[in-house]
Design a protein around this ligand. Structure first.
Ligand SMILES: C[S@@+](CC[C@H](N)C(=O)[O-])C[C@H]1O[C@@H](n2cnc3c(N)ncnc32)[C@H](O)[C@@H]1O
Length: 262
């Protein structure tokens, strides 16, 4: 990360202050984006197997746990927000094998209930861009996973959807909608706009190479990648249709990475 940036306190990235709104927005089965794009992509990359133990880092109110249970896998959710973990326990108490733990992803060995080399895979569902520094988080994942394991990251696409540094434009001459990108390589902490009336959370922009190289430093080799376009206009909640159909199908909204070891 940029040398000038300080390590943020956990409270700055936790979604504790927007937990009630977020829990309501996600619900039992996930938002339209979870159900239509993010969760299917995670399941495709992860390919969970019966009996596997999966660590869901920054798992919020536990939306992924029932989907992993359907595949026969047991989920351990870790999240910095005590309110979201309480919501997870309420919503998903009957999900087989699910555990919900409050903890800082940057200090996984200190999370009560986690043991070294005890889990088969780790998933970051829309959470890795809320965490910093990356190397501390991935060191903890390295500690928690077995020698033969995998990591799946699902995030908003860093090359096309960086907060405050990208947007849609319209080229009158060519009569087409295009994506404007005015920053990519530089890593930065970005205050997000206020969600659900709560205080703004914080997000961290990094180029794709930062993720691939940090995974490699932690011993995980990236072996699969998915780039997902936005939901079709009729299924996109709460937003005016932006761009033309081609721009929406050509410019991805999410990036998924899988990395393996052993
Ligand atoms: C966008 S939410 C995603 C939650 C969940 N994965 C989902 O898809 O609904 C990001 C989550 O990361 C969690 N988070 C941020 N920083 C964290 C940290 N240092 N340790 C653990 N969780 C953290 C937040 O509390 C929040 O629940």
């Amino acid at each position: 990360m940029a040398a000038s940036r300080q390590r943020p306190p956990a409270g700055e990235t936790s979604w504790e202050r927007v937990a009630i709104w977020y829990d309501g927005w996600v619900g039992d089965h996930g938002s339209a984006y979870h159900r239509g794009l993010a969760i299917p992509a995670v399941l495709e990359l992860l390919d969970p197997q019966p009996g596997e133990r999966i660590l869901d880092v920054g798992g919020g109110q536990g939306v992924l746990a029932p989907y992993l249970a359907d595949a026969g896998a047991a989920t351990t959710v870790v999240d910095a927000s005590a309110r979201l973990i309480a919501a997870a326990k309420r919503r998903h108490r009957t999900v087989r094998g699910a555990r919900f733990l409050v903890g800082d992803a940057r200090r996984l060995p200190a999370v009560v209930g986690l043991e070294e080399a005890s889990l088969d895979a780790a998933v970051f569902l829309l959470s890795i861009q809320d965490m910093d520094p990356l190397d501390e988080v991935l060191r903890g994942v390295d500690w928690a996973l077995t020698d033969r394991s995998r990591v799946v990251l699902l995030m908003t696409h860093p090359a096309f959807r960086q907060p405050r540094h990208s947007g849609w434009g319209y080229d009158e001459g060519r009569k087409l909608t295009y994506r404007r990108i005015d920053a990519y390589l530089g890593e930065m902490a970005v205050p997000m706009k206020s969600l659900g009336g709560g205080l703004p959370t914080r997000s961290f922009h990094r180029p794709i190479s930062a993720y691939v190289n940090a995974l490699a430093d932690a011993g995980f080799a990236t072996d699969a990648m998915l780039e997902l376009p936005d939901l079709p206009p009729g299924r996109r909640p709460g937003r005016a249709v932006r761009g033309d159909a081609r721009a929406n199908t050509e410019i991805p909204i999410f990036l998924g990475l899988r990395a393996v070891r052993g």
